[in-house]
Design a protein around this ligand. Structure first.
Ligand SMILES: *Cc1c(COP(=O)(O)O)cnc(C)c1O
Length: 421
């Protein structure tokens, strides 16, 4: 459920007409809904209350400070994968002890910064990372709380590029060697090994892979405890899918039931790290038509947003709904079109075979379900300005990331002395 809806043929975000935002801000921009973020958080939080799980929002899905703060005020902690994300989480108001530092390649510098602010947990993905963290923590004279991220060798049955839990993926520690490594971690100086973490992939639409992975983690937990090791925490990752078109992802209540079933009797503190689930359907991308180009074989609607603003269709073949911000009369004829950007790449496609009415320059389109892995993955490619972001709350909206100026874009570069005369 989300709070984007048509009123008298006009798309609204909560109580604000999307066309009013476009008139004030210009296009393209992302538009997020506070009510939708809140609703998604609360549905998940209510479901997880039965298992007492903590929610650490995966900041990489949408890392705008205002989005993070909206979720933080609802009670979310954060899951971060870089020093930059850690700094964002803290700047948004999340206490460092409520932050989990994940990621397959943390640098010494990042570890040291995270220890200096007192990050709550490091999810460690290899033996050498464990040793490095022990050294960095020892040098600082503080302890690092660690969960070992295991790779449970479970197929998430999702897109290849967002699947992370099979043996041949770079993520995590082979679950078969986890007991040896966990015992080793427990003896390393300034390491407090307290838990197991797992994250098998993103946009999962079935509970079976979760059940399989969590069961393996539960078996491992019992095995470690039988060996006299302490396991107080389980971090079960993110990955619960959302509806882009016709997908029917599991309800959070059923997801929570799988957690309850697989962790029954373990008496552990549980964390989950949802990203997409919280923000995906809380955002749209609004773009203006540049021209409607009909070639001998195909119709292209060329718009002012492009792959640098929204790379999911190019990178993952993601299939997003596209709708006009103002709908015509019911009798309007729709024709198939590829919605494409101006970037000089054939892969610059935002939507394939979208059924759209005839469009004129400046007509507005909304790409739906664009709140996750949208703005966070945007770039300046083709020297296009970084896309603006807007947050709506009730009848108010605020630009939460202004579109930079061209001067600001050019000032990022510096000229070497030998080219200045
Ligand atoms: C990306 C990621 C998440 C969030 O995944 P979603 O599919 O957006 O819920 C959680 N944990 C880790 C370790 C991740 O890399």
């Amino acid at each position: 459920m989300n709070h984007f809806e048509y009123r008298n043929g006009q798309l609204f975000a909560e109580d604000v007409a999307v066309s009013d935002i476009a008139a004030a801000v210009g296009t393209p921009f992302y538009c997020y809904s506070t009510a939708t973020l809140t609703r998604h958080y609360q549905v998940l939080a209510n479901a997880l209350a039965t298992v007492g799980a903590r929610i650490c929002y995966a900041v990489k899905a949408n890392s705008n400070l205002a989005v993070i703060r909206t979720l933080a005020q609802l009670g979310a902690g954060a899951d971060v994968v870089s020093e930059g994300e850690l700094r964002r989480a803290i700047a948004a108001g999340i206490a460092p002890e409520n932050v989990v530092f994940s990621g397959v390649g943390k640098t010494r510098g990042e570890m040291d910064y995270a220890l200096s602010v007192g990050v709550g947990q490091f999810n460690v993905e290899s033996e050498s990372e464990l040793e490095t963290l022990s050294q960095v923590a020892s040098a600082r004279g503080v302890d690092a709380v660690v969960a070992l991220r295991v790779n449970p060798d479970v197929d998430a049955n999702t897109h290849d590029k967002i699947s992370t839990g099979r043996k041949d993926h770079k993520f995590g520690i082979d679950i078969d060697i986890a007991p040896v490594l966990y015992a080793r971690a427990s003896r390393l100086p300034h390491i407090r090994a307290l838990g197991i973490a797992v994250h098998i992939g993103s946009q999962l639409t079935s509970l079976d892979p979760f059940r399989a992975a969590f069961n393996r983690v539960a078996v491992l937990t019992r095995e470690l405890r039988a060996a006299g090791l302490t396991v107080e925490r389980l971090d079960l990752g993110g990955g619960l899918g959302i509806t882009y078109r016709d997908e029917v992802p599991p309800h959070p209540d059923d997801y929570a039931a799988v957690i309850a079933e697989t962790t029954a009797g373990l008496n552990v503190d549980i964390t989950v790290e949802p990203g997409r689930l919280l923000v995906g359907n809380a955002g749209i991308l609004v773009t203006a038509v540049i021209l409607d180009k009909i070639t001998a074989t195909k119709r292209f609607v060329i718009v002012d947003a492009a792959m640098n603003d929204f790379i999911r269709p190019t990178l993952y073949n993601a299939d997003h709904r596209v709708t006009p911000v103002r709908t015509g009369p019911a009798a309007t004829v729709l024709n198939k079109a590829d919605v494409v950007g101006p970037v000089c790449e054939t892969g610059d496609v935002l939507a394939r075979n979208a059924a759209l009415p005839d469009l004129s320059p400046n007509d507005l389109l909304a790409i739906e379900s664009a709140g996750a892995y949208g703005a966070a993955m945007s770039s300046n490619y083709n020297s296009r300005l970084l896309i603006a972001e807007v947050l709506v709350k009730d009848d108010k909206f605020c630009v939460i990331r202004p579109r930079p100026s061209y001067d600001a874009l050019l000032s990022l570069d510096q000229m070497p002395e030998w080219l200045t005369h």
